[in-house]
Ligand binder design. Structure first.
Ligand code: ZN
Ligand code: ZN
Length: 744
């Protein structure tokens, strides 16, 4: 709703001020406009003309008033007479200063035009404010000569302090709308806007206070102090799976609620958050506001609005919640901080965890990073004194950590064509006999990751990417997991035309399901994968079935690792513990340990002790040894020792340049040109150009360069200088990824 339409702005030029407006477009910075002096202020959302269009933008830092007849000689390029006036100011709360500074900061850090970052903040901005609903209250007129019939009396009796709508009042009084209209005409009823109820309930910090162990209580006290300090601090909260970390940090949330301030909780995958929000509701009596990219348009606008008005006190969300306009942010929690899902890879690339710390600093609020398996980045920040470290040592309620054992696949191989070792299947038999639950984990969707021709060795590849097609037998097709290309499984080999020669190689979870059905015919099996659990409701239903023991055997991809509480699960079998160690990824080992540790943590969370079996061909690998000895810290020290000398993150800084073009020749030429102009700075290393592991993605040919610097050298000025004179053709692109997580 535009509440202030400017009347003939051209004639009011003498009282106009020059202002900067940031538009959600890829310009290098804000544009200058004119507005009546003192009408708009930084953070206000305004409508401005742009060419022949109108755009919504945000007033950025205001310039000092400029007299109409005076264009400063120092800036001859900007003639105030040529500036256009803003069209209108929107009726909404301004974007808070801490959010505006965050947008500037993130744009500079990721080398993104600030307008594109603003776009993420105002995407859900509701230009159409809801029309107020009207209702009836008692009017000012004293009793008139209007005869008070029984129906009229019932209407008058039904009035309260709060306005009621016509239909509501008619129903309550058992009278027709005509009766109400008659009373209104006589002045005995008066119309009033019905106050818009806050769309989110108010969490009650004292709704159900938990009983905490001594260990938990002392950590909770520290966190409450951090909230009470009302200033920036960063804390790493580390605790083994099942140690009750959530309960503890919810006490910090409670403290912040008592202060009447707002809280942001980031989860890596919000669609899987039903158990979290239920737990929140049990503690605080209401559901929190939820924020993620799949939220419907109306709910998005309501939530954005409620946050900006301070009516939503707790928002649990995906990384995009960082851009919500909290006017009074008092605490940020990042749960499962080690998760790579916090990294946004498309569009503006940023790491949600790291940006949460920046957001907290700019809002002068405490941030708590939570994990059972903290990232090396966070541990390094603890070591350097930037973060405080709080630890929960014991599993809550007497549950013990599961025993982890290796299944040596060389010594105990599965039968030919199968993937489960007899050691594992026998352990499942015993678990099912005891009426306990078992889980098989394999982080690979589909039936088989590769389809090969037995006759000629041809491999089914994606036409758009340098990647194998994954067979999805249930859907009867081959799919590319990188670009979404699908095609039916052919009868003949496309290369040698042999019939029936195509065979699946290796397992995906569909194939493990097939094997499990044959091997455990009486077991009730449930599959948990992102493509079988399409909606949060489906996920919640699956979790319910598991909790209510309606399932004996769970087969899942990494979804199952997400902090679920499965009280009857006592055996976890990892089908391929070696998966994920290949690929030359900087963090492959760290990620494998984190993921498998999380998976293992699902077992034995209640009374019954848990057991984890890892099928591996690499028993001596440090990753397997770390998992068996359950010594995460020792493993991370070893990781640190490996990364430190070469200035690999977190001991140095890294930026990736991804060059892409329509042809391999163009990609090579551009990558070579960039490589030749690489800066020569002591301590700065350029790696590449080299073909990206996914050398072709969605039909585009890709080359990569890496820029690595010691920690004390920022990569942004180097990159800006390096790429400043670069010219690219229309089909060519250079994407910059600061602090890359994926190396594909
Ligand atoms: Zn063939
Ligand atoms: Zn593809």
């Amino acid at each position: 709703m535009a509440d202030t339409i400017l009347d003939k702005p051209e004639r009011q030029r003498e009282t106009q001020t020059r202002i900067s407006v940031l538009l959600p477009l890829p310009f290098p910075g804000p544009l200058d406009y004119l507005a009546p002096a003192d009408m708009v202020h930084p953070g206000d959302i305004v409508t401005v003309p742009l060419g022949r269009r109108e755009e919504i933008g945000c007033v950025w830092d205001t310039q000092s008033a400029v007299p109409a007849d005076f264009a400063p000689s120092t800036e001859p390029a900007i003639d105030i007479k040529r500036l256009r006036a803003i069209r209108s100011k929107q009726a909404s709360t301004p974007l808070p200063q801490s959010l505006r500074r965050f947008i500037d900061w993130l744009a500079a850090y990721t080398l993104t035009p600030p307008g594109l970052v603003l776009a993420m903040a105002i995407r859900a901005y509701n230009a159409q404010a809801p029309r107020p609903h009207l209702g009836w209250v008692r009017g000012d007129a004293a009793l008139t000569d209007l005869r008070i019939t029984p129906a009229r009396q019932r209407v008058l009796d039904s009035l309260g302090n709060a306005p009621r709508t016509t239909s509501d009042l008619a129903a309550a009084a058992d009278a027709s709308p005509a009766v109400i209209r008659g009373l209104a005409a006589a002045g005995m009823l008066r119309e009033m806007p019905i106050p818009v109820s806050a769309p989110f309930g108010t969490p009650d910090p004292n709704f159900r206070t938990p009983h905490l162990s001594d260990d938990q209580e002392s950590v909770a006290t520290e966190l409450r102090h951090a909230v009470d300090a009302r200033k920036y601090s960063a804390t790493l909260l580390e605790g083994v799976t099942g140690s009750g970390k959530t309960e503890v940090y919810l006490e910090a949330v409670a403290e912040c609620l008592r202060q009447g301030r707002q809280i942001m909780v980031l989860l890596p995958e919000i669609a899987l958050s039903s158990q979290w929000t239920d737990r929140f509701a049990r503690r605080f009596g209401v559901q929190p506001a939820i924020w993620h990219s799949d939220l419907g348009g109306k709910r998005r606008r309501e939530t954005w609005r409620a946050v900006s008005l301070g009516q939503a006190s707790v928002v649990v969300g995906a990384r995009s919640a960082l851009f919500l306009p909290f006017p009074d942010l008092g605490l940020i929690i990042v749960d499962e901080e080690h998760e790579t899902a916090f990294k946004q890879e498309d569009g503006v690339t940023y790491h949600g965890r790291d940006m949460a710390v920046v957001r907290a600093r700019l809002a002068n609020a405490p941030v708590v990073l939570v994990s059972a398996t903290p990232s090396l980045e966070s541990l390094a920040n603890v070591e350097s004194g930037r973060y405080r470290h709080l630890t929960l040592h014991a599993r809550h309620g007497g549950a013990v950590l599961p025993e982890v054992a290796l299944v040596d696949m060389r010594a105990h191989p599965p039968e030919r064509g199968l993937f489960l070792s007899p050691v594992l299947t026998e352990a499942i038999d015993q678990t099912l006999e005891r009426k306990e639950q078992a889980m098989l984990f394999l982080n690979r969707r589909g039936y088989a990751p590769l389809t090969l021709c037995r006759a000629c060795g041809y491999r089914m590849e994606c036409p758009n990417c340098s990647a194998w097609l994954v067979e999805h037998r249930a859907r009867r097709l081959l799919a590319c997991h990188h670009c979404g290309h699908t095609e039916p499984l052919p009868d003949l080999c496309p290369n040698c035309q042999a019939e029936g020669s195509l065979v699946p190689i290796g397992p995906g979870i569909e194939r493990i399901l097939e094997e499990s059905r044959a091997r455990f015919p009486d077991a009730r099996i449930l599959v948990m994968a992102s493509d079988t659990l399409g909606s949060p409701q489906a996920t919640a239903e699956a979790v319910r079935q598991i909790s209510h023991r309606e399932v004996d055997l769970i087969i899942g991809t990494q979804i199952v690792a997400k902090g679920w509480h499965f009280p009857h699960l006592t055996l976890v079998g990892v089908v391929d513990a070696d998966l994920g160690l290949g690929g030359g990824d900087l963090r492959a080992a760290e990620r494998t340990v984190q993921l498998l540790h999380q998976v293992a943590g699902r077992a034995g969370r209640a009374e019954a002790p848990g057991r984890v079996l890892l099928q591996s061909y690499l028993g001596e690998h440090p990753v397997m040894q770390a998992l068996v000895s359950n010594d995460y810290r020792a493993f991370m020290e070893q990781e640190a020792a490996q990364r430190r000398p070469g200035f690999w993150p977190p001991y140095g800084r890294l930026a990736a340049l991804i060059v892409s073009a329509a042809t391999p020749e163009a990609a090579d030429a551009l990558a070579r040109t960039i490589g030749e102009h690489a800066p020569q700075i002591p301590g700065v290393q350029i790696l590449g150009p080299a073909p990206a592991p996914l050398a072709i993605l969605r039909g585009r040919h890709r080359r990569r360069l890496l820029l690595r610097t010691p920690r004390n050298l920022a990569v942004q000025p180097i990159l800006r200088h390096w790429l400043a004179g670069l010219r690219t053709a229309s089909q060519e692109r250079v994407d910059i990824d600061i602090d890359p997580v994926s190396f594909l």
